[in-house]
Design a protein. Structure first.
Length: 208
């Protein structure tokens, strides 16, 4: 009989993410790379924490090679792509296991580049980081949600994340920042974004 899969408890998952975040902060310091925390951990900071799969960071593209070298030297399996690095737990098999961190070039597209400068100092999982600001995070999540190349279940998660963040707070300055970044996407993106935010704010079904 095949052994049952072991599903980690939420606390174990978040402990592992905290360790990875501390390790990444040290690696970034060693190579002299700026960063911006995005993804699920940023959603937890600005909205409500969820069990996120990995740690997502924006970094300067020119630092990717140095980051690969430093992470590999510490025993982390990595997969390097032109605009990002995927990091796995020590001892993991990149062919079968899930990654625990994605380091993405801030220059990968105009939306990421526009969002990157907008960070604030924060403490996430007891680690000091530069986290993407609320408005910029919502814009990035909208960018992901409308991507035709993204899996539909992940796009629904992006919408849910926007809802979590907006429900906590979405001040006029947050909306202005978000619109300025969404405007880098495609003609009509700002109008679609504003409709989505209005629907989420008023509890209406959303379309994307």
């Amino acid at each position: 009989m095949q052994a049952a899969a072991v599903i980690p408890h939420l606390v174990e998952v978040m402990d592992e993410r905290a360790k990875m975040l501390r390790e990444l902060a040290d690696v970034l310091s060693v190579v002299g790379a700026e960063h911006a925390l995005i993804g699920g951990l940023a959603v937890g900071y600005h909205g409500r924490m969820r069990a996120t799969v990995d740690v997502d960071l924006l970094v300067p593209g020119r630092k990717l090679k140095a980051l690969v070298h430093e992470l590999a030297a510490r025993g982390f399996p990595v997969k390097a792509f032109p605009d990002m690095i995927r990091v796995y737990s020590v001892g993991a098999d990149p062919e079968t296991d899930e990654p625990i961190a994605d380091l993405v070039s801030r220059e990968a597209n105009p939306v990421l580049q526009a969002a990157f400068p907008h960070t604030e100092a924060a403490t996430v999982l007891e680690q000091g980081v530069a986290v993407i600001k609320r408005g910029a995070l919502v814009a990035l999540k909208f960018h992901a949600a409308v991507s035709p190349d993204r899996r539909i279940e992940d796009r629904y998660q992006d919408i849910a994340d926007i809802g979590r963040v907006v429900a906590k707070r979405f001040a006029p300055e947050d909306a202005e920042l978000a619109r300025s970044i969404v405007d880098k996407m495609y003609p009509g993106a700002v109008a679609e974004f504003e409709t989505l935010i209005d629907d989420l704010t008023h509890g209406r079904p959303v379309k994307f």
